[in-house]
Design a protein. Sequence first.
Length: 299
Amino acid sequence: MPGVQEYPRALKRAVRDVQVRLSDEGGHRPYALATADFEPLPVADGGPLVFTGDVPDGALPPAFAAAYGDGVLGQLRAWSFNGRPPFALRVRLREAAWREGSSSADGFAWAGRRAAHEFSRRFHRRAPARPLLTGTPPPPAARAVRGVHVRLVTTSACGVFAVATADFEPLPEGSGLAYDFVCEVPEGESGELLERELADAYEQGVLDALCGDDATPLPRTGFRIRLTAARTHLIDSNPATFARAGRMAAAEALRCLREDGTPPPVLPVPTRTRPGTTPPQSRTPSGGPRGRGGRRRRS
């Protein structure tokens, strides 16, 4: 497997139809829809990373196209090693859609960063394109599955932390969507907001589980997923853990449909001392402090 010492790497073939969609259906996200091709460039051709916007100005504001380019190239450069980006390629923005009052330059920059991640997934896993808009959408879910709660928390060394609750609803008839993800939790990069990177990872985990494997481009069941609550930890939360939480949530929703069941109730988080109970006693015997091996310390 090539290492980072070989950066930048030339693609053997183009990775086309890398599509990203941010849904504004009732959540906090700006709307953005973009399709791009990642085309190989010679390593010595002036610069290893180039962005080209082929969408006419009348179809997409130039500021949005420029923000998409900044986002996708910025993410690719973030994976650089010793100042060398991982690939020599041209990102060609082919198609895009926006909505007045909902879309923003920040949203298209976010879409660009997501496009870089989707390109990386397809390149490293040799996966086909996942169309988000399709003429043959998957059959919608028979009913909604609400309150799918996942709690991944360990407090030992190298702990993990991901707590999320989502509703899985049938896709509206005639939407043409392969799936829809709505984040009702405010997102951002600081404070009490859910980090976008974690929300994106949760969404990716859900989509991976609904598709079943990388060779399957479309989910087998059409869902609109609404992330209604989430909790994170400053140190122990990471994209891999939230992606796992997304996969577990999707698997639970599919189980509920298959067995005509409901998700288990959300249990309260256990605490060391509950109201009305006696706090745990000290482990030190009454005979005085002891050292390792139970030996009494000398005074």
